[in-house]
Design a binder for this molecule. Structure first.
Ligand SMILES: *Cc1c(COP(=O)(O)O)cnc(C)c1O
Length: 242
């Protein structure tokens, strides 16, 4: 993928986002997992608002010596034994979904650590994230961990199983539930949980997500095309212990 093509795609998505939601109302995160360092940097420099990485190990190898010009977010599951790398590298951990991880992040953080609470809105066994009913109680007691500030809710929606009207209704229903949950939690006006963002929408469904109220879409495939089957560093010497 060339730099020019990445710039074109980012520009086109930006224009569509602005036309649906209004100028700069929605942030565009480029998800750079499995992309080379060069491609990832091109996207970071093409006018996106943030970079998202799914695997800590890959993110360390890619970004430890070359900070992207926009904030770097962790969007995948974070094991507590990787927290020390995560705290150093990321500007936000968008996949907080347990007290154990909150405890580990708070214990390592020297300063305020922005986080998002991940919600399993489709109640899927294969996905991480809090059950929707757990989100409000979790936020109410998040001040137990004084370094953490909840800047948003994040969700990975169920995938569409087919192209049908029923299926699109099902997905949009989850999006609506997610937006309602986000508004309800924001209504608590907790000083430690401003919840500025609802991070929702990926390449297959981001236009619907924005219509439902998303303030941040996470796009990989629509920027870079189909994902390679292995990360660029596969086979290379591991930068950190697994
Ligand atoms: C991979 C990934 C994305 C981007 O997926 P695309 O369908 O390629 O846009 C977004 N969010 C998370 C959490 C991901 O792991």
């Amino acid at each position: 993928m060339s730099r020019a093509l990445i710039e074109d795609r980012v520009g086109e998505i930006r224009r569509k986002l602005d036309s649906i939601a209004g100028p700069n109302a929605v942030q565009l995160m480029a998800v750079t997992k499995y992309r080379t360092q060069e491609e990832s940097l091109w996207a970071a420099e093409a006018g996106v608002d943030a970079i998202g990485e799914n695997r800590i190990q890959e993110a360390v190898q890619k970004w430890q010596h070359l900070k992207p010009p926009v904030p770097l977010h962790a969007i995948g599951h974070v094991q507590t034994n990787k927290v020390k790398y995560g705290i150093k590298l990321f500007d936000s951990i968008d996949s907080l979904d347990s007290e154990r991880l909150a405890e580990a992040l708070d214990g390592r953080a020297a300063d305020i650590m922005p986080v998002m609470i991940e919600v399993n809105i489709g109640l899927e066994a294969s996905k991480s994230g809090l059950h929707p009913d757990q989100v409000r109680p979790f936020l109410l007691q998040l001040n137990r961990w004084p370094h953490l500030r909840a800047d948003g809710l994040m969700t990975v929606l169920p995938a569409r199983r087919e192209n049908s009207v029923e299926e699109s209704r099902r997905i949009r229903h989850y999006m609506q539930e997610m937006a309602d949950l986000w508004r309800m939690c924001r209504g608590e006006e907790l000083p430690w949980a401003p919840l500025t963002h609802l991070s929702m929408g990926m390449s297959g469904d981001w236009e619907w997500a924005v219509e439902a109220g998303s303030t941040m879409v996470r796009l990989g495939t629509s920027i870079f095309g189909p994902r390679p089957l292995t990360p660029p560093t596969a086979g290379a010497q591991d930068a950190i212990d697994e």
